[in-house]
Design a protein around this ligand. Structure first.
Ligand SMILES: Nc1ncnc2c1ncn2[C@@H]1O[C@H](COP(=O)(O)OP(=O)(O)OP(=O)(O)O)[C@@H](O)[C@H]1O
Ligand SMILES: [Mg+2]
Length: 224
């Protein structure tokens, strides 16, 4: 098995001392693989991603994650801030203090990676939901992120765009040796991933092959 790109041990988090949200979570995602994170509403999936990216601080436990992490939100309108596709990706590179030529090269390369090269000058408002999500992913690629964290990126997309996006991320992971952790409620997306993690009430209750996790979810649903 490849080295983990994400490793979490005994992670605990709560907004108050008395109400735990994440309880002793332990999981790992191997480098270069596409994993999915599933669980009922409120089980702690988004909180876990926020801890991984450093937006929240754990109460206890360890997190080891590759340094360059890109985050893709459920709603791309909360993420894309500039008027055009090219400008938005370039904006994400401001902190890297690159030359104009380097910025252009990174933007062009990232757009090509998500098959959006012809849309570089396109206003953000003129994009479809799926194209917006690809722009968000291109932003992470331009910053040379090694890990992609995607929080229900298909939630607002139509079925065809959902399929396009999950296939695009599967290809990116394979071709660029990225590691992706993708939160979803859609069982049909599981067929595109290498492994899956299941959370219940703040705990990781299963981690393994997508089919095993799918079976377990179906059994849980049947038991209600
Ligand atoms: N800012 C906050 N302050 C207090 N409680 C919060 C906050 N954010 C989330 N929570 C609580 O933490 C728990 C876990 O929330 P989280 O958003 O991580 O769940 P989730 O698994 O992502 O759910 P969903 O599938 O609905 O997105 C929930 O009980 C939620 O109400
Ligand atoms: Mg969530």
């Amino acid at each position: 098995m490849a080295d983990p790109a994400i490793q979490v041990q005994q992670l605990c988090f709560g907004w108050t001392e008395t109400q735990p949200i994440l309880r002793q979570c332990t999981l790992s995602v191997p480098k270069g693989e596409f994993w999915m994170l599933l669980g009922t509403n409120g089980s702690g999936k988004s909180t876990l991603l926020r801890l991984l990216v450093g937006l929240l601080t754990p109460q206890s436990g360890q997190i080891h994650c590759f340094e360059r992490v890109g985050f893709v939100f459920q709603n791309p309108d909360h993420q894309l801030v500039m008027p055009t596709v090219g400008a938005d990706i370039a904006f994400g590179l401001v902190e890297e203090h690159l030359t104009l030529v380097e910025v252009r090269k990174r933007v062009d390369e990232a757009l090509a990676a998500v098959n959006l090269a012809p849309l570089k000058q396109r206003p953000i408002y003129a994009l479809s939901g799926g194209q917006k999500q690809r722009v968000a992913i291109a932003g992470a690629i331009a910053r040379h992120c090694e890990v992609l964290l995607l929080d229900e990126p298909t939630a607002l997309l139509d079925p065809e765009s959902q399929l396009d996006l999950v296939q695009a991320v599967q290809t990116l992971v394979r071709e660029r040796q990225l590691t992706a952790l993708w939160v979803t409620h859609r069982l049909n997306e599981l067929e595109y991933c290498d492994g899956a993690i299941l959370m219940e009430k703040g705990q990781v209750v299963a981690q393994g092959k997508p089919l095993e996790i799918c079976d377990r979810l179906v059994q849980t649903a049947d038991s209600y």
